[in-house]
Design a protein around this ligand. Structure first.
Ligand code: OKP
Ligand code: ZN
Length: 343
C-alpha cells in the first residue's frame, strides 16, 4: 500500500476553537497526523511517499473560485482589520434565515458567509496545508487509478464537511470529493463511503444532484450531533441524484454490533453501484474514548472494519478525516488499515 504524507500539514497548527461556551484547546491538531504516521511506520503498513503538486485545477472542479480566492488571503485580510497580533481568524456573524446570502466587502461578513461554525480557525499556514492535503489525496488517487492499488492519504486538515463554497468542521477543501471528481474525470466510476462519526455534509452536498458519484455516510444522528443541519435518513439525493445518496444515522452508544449492521447496508449499496474505486473517508472518532463523540467502537473493532471493507474486493483510497483521541488515533487507524490489508 502507498501512504502519501507531507509535513506541510503542520503549517495549520491550530491552537484553539470555540465550543459555543468558551475558547478551548483545539482537537484538530498536527500531532494527530504525526501519531498516525509513527504507528503506520512502526507497523510497516506501506511505502511512504510525498505528494506531487496538482495545482488549483482539480480543486476548482469542486469548489467555487471565489471561495478559493477567499481562503487564499482570508488570514491576511483578517489581520489587516483586527491586528497583527491575531493568530487565528474566526467568523462572528452569519447569514442565517431571512438574512441575505451575500458576502459583502468586510472580512467579517465574508468569513461568516463562507463558514458555518466556530470550530475552524484560519491561520497563516492554513492555505498551504489545505492545498497539500489535496495533493496528498490526489497523489494517492493516482496510485489507485493506475495500479488498482490501495492507497492511504495521510493528510490533514480533513475535508468531508467542506462544500463547494463552505468551510467548517475543521475542513477547508473536500479532499475526498476532489479525488472523486478527479477520478471521474479520468473515466472511473467512484463511490464514497464516509465512516467518520460526523455526517459528511460537504461531500453529500457536492454530489447531491448527480448520479455519477455515489455518496454513503454512516454517522451519529444529526438530531443530536454535529453538524446538526444535514445527515438525516430522508436525504436521498435530488433530481438526477435521487437514490445516489444514502445516510445511515445511528444513536449515541452505537457499538460494533449495531455499527456492523449499518456497515452491511452501506456496503451492499456501494457494491450494487459497481464502482471502479471506493473512497473511504476514514474518520476514527467512532472510537469509544473519543473526546468529542459518543459511539462505542473499541480498538479491536477497527480490524473488523478494515476486513469488512476488504470484502468489497475493489480498489480503495483511504482519506484521513476525524479522530481526536491522541493516544489511540494511530493505533485505531493502523488497525483499520491492517484489517483491510490482511484480507
Ligand atoms: C470534524 B470531523 C461540539 C462542537 C463540534 C466540531 C466537530 C467537527 C468534527 N460542541 N465541533 O467530522 O471529525
Ligand atoms: Zn468527525
Amino acid at each position: 500500500m502507498k501512504i502519501v504524507y507531507t509535513p506541510t500539514h503542520a503549517a495549520h497548527g491550530v491552537k484553539s476553537e470555540f465550543d459555543g461556551v468558551r475558547p478551548i484547546p483545539a482537537y484538530e491538531v498536527p500531532l494527530r497526523a504525526e501519531n498516525v504516521r509513527t504507528e503506520c511506520e512502526a507497523r510497516k503498513l506501506g511505502v511512504f511517499e510525498r505528494p506531487r503538486d496538482f495545482g488549483l485545477g482539480p480543486i476548482a472542479r469542486v469548489h467555487d473560485e471565489a471561495f478559493m480566492g477567499f481562503l487564499r488571503n482570508a488570514f491576511q485580510r483578517f489581520q489587516a482589520k483586527h491586528g497583527r497580533d491575531v493568530v487565528e481568524a474566526f467568523p462572528s456573524s452569519w447569514p442565517a434565515r431571512r438574512l441575505r446570502q451575500i458576502p459583502g466587502q468586510d472580512i467579517d461578513g465574508v468569513m461568516g458567509y463562507y463558514c458555518f461554525d466556530t470550530a475552524t480557525p484560519i491561520l497563516d499556514g492554513t492555505w498551504a496545508a489545505a492545498l497539500d492535503a489535496v495533493n496528498c489525496t490526489l497523489t494517492a488517487a493516482g496510485h489507485v487509478a493506475d495500479a488498482g492499488d490501495t492507497a492511504f492519504a495521510l493528510c490533514r486538515p480533513p475535508g468531508h464537511h467542506a462544500a463547494q463554497d463552505l468551510y467548517g468542521g475543521y475542513c477547508f477543501f473536500n479532499n475526498a470529493a476532489i479525488a472523486a471528481q478527479w477520478l471521474t474525470d479520468r473515466g472511473r466510476r467512484v463511490a464514497i463511503l464516509d465512516v467518520d462519526y460526523h455526517h459528511g455534509n460537504g461531500t453529500q452536498e457536492i454530489f447531491y444532484r448527480r448520479s455519477d458519484v455515489l455518496t454513503v455516510s454512516i454517522h451519529a444522528d444529526p438530531a443530536w450531533a454535529y453538524p446538526h443541519f444535514l445527515g438525516y435518513a430522508d436525504e436521498a439525493g435530488e433530481g438526477a441524484g435521487e437514490g445516489f445518496n444514502l445516510n445511515l444515522p445511528l444513536p449515541f452508544g452505537t457499538d460494533w454490533q449495531v455499527y456492523e449492521q449499518a456497515l452491511g447496508v452501506a456496503l451492499a449499496r456501494v457494491d450494487a453501484f459497481g464502482p471502479d474505486v471506493v473512497i473511504v473517508a476514514l474518520g476514527l472518532d467512532t472510537y469509544a474514548e473519543d473526546p468529542i463523540a459518543k459511539f462505542r467502537l473499541y480498538k479491536d473493532d477497527y480490524f473488523k472494519l478494515g476486513a469488512r471493507l476488504a470484502r468489497l474486493k475493489r480498489p480503495v483510497l483511504f482519506t484521513m478525516e476525524g479522530g481526536y483521541n491522541l493516544e489511540a488515533l494511530g493505533i485505531v487507524t493502523a488497525n483499520a488499515l491492517e484489517g483491510f490489508l490482511n484480507r
